[in-house]
Design a protein around this ligand. Sequence first.
Ligand code: ADP
Ligand code: MG
Length: 237
Amino acid sequence: MLIHLEHVVRDYRVGDSIVHALHDVTLSIDRGAFVALMGPSGSGKSTLLNVLGCLDTPTSGAYVLDGQPVQSLSEDALAEIRQKRIGFIFQAYHLVPRMTAERNVELPLILSGVEPSERRERIGRALDLVGLARRREHRPDQLSGGERQRVAIARAMVTEPSLLLADEPTGNLDSKAGGEIVALLERLHEAGLTIVLVTHDPSVASHAERVISLRDGKIARDAPPETPNLPLGEATP
Ligand code: ADP
Ligand code: MG
C-alpha cells in the first residue's frame, strides 16, 4: 500500500468560523493504482490532493506515505519527498512563461542538484515520453494547451516520482487534447506509476480503476467507474 489516511480532518479557520474541508477521511491507495477524485466544487478534492502531496498537513488524523507517518517527518524530509517522489500537474499548467519547454523540465532537476550532463539526458527522455522532443525549444506561448500540459507532465516525471497527483489536468482543454492527456496518463499507469486525478468530467474519470466521490469533505462513494473507458475526443494516431 502506498497511501493510507486514517480519520484525516483538515479545518480552515475563516474569521470566527471553521470550514471542515476534510471531515474524517479514511482511505487506502495501493501502489500502481489509478484513482479519480470527483465531487462538487468545494467538496475538498484539492485539499485532499494537497494533503496527499505533502503540500498541506491534516489538522488531525494520520497520513502514512510509503510506510512513513508524514506527521513525524521534518520540513526538510517533506521537501525531499515532494521533490523526488511526487509529481504534480495542474489545470493551468504552471509553466514558467519565458522559459523553453526544455528549461521548464530542467527546473526540478536543478532544485534536486542533478549534474548538467545527466540533466540533459533526463530532459530528453522526459520530453520523448510525452512526445514533445521536437518542441524542446518552444516557449509555453508557442505551444497549444495540450502541448503545455504535456510539458508539465514531462516536468512532473523528470524526477521519476512514484506518485503523480493531477488537479483537473484536462479542465482547460478541448476533448481531443484532453483525450490525449488521459491516454498519456493511462500509459504512465501501465508502466507502474500511481496516479490520483481530480476531474469534473465523468468520461475522464471512467479511465481510472477507481472513482472516489467527495461530498462536504467526506467520501460519499468509492467504487470502480460505472461504465469504464468512455470515449474521449478522437486521439491522433
Ligand atoms: P474542491 O477542490 O473540491 O473545489 P477545496 O478542497 O478547494 O474544494 O475546498 C474545500 C473547502 O475548503 C471549501 O469550502 C473551501 O472554501 C475551503 N478552503 C479551501 N482552501 C481554503 C483556505 N486556504 N482557507 C479557507 N478555506 C479554504
Ligand atoms: Mg479544487
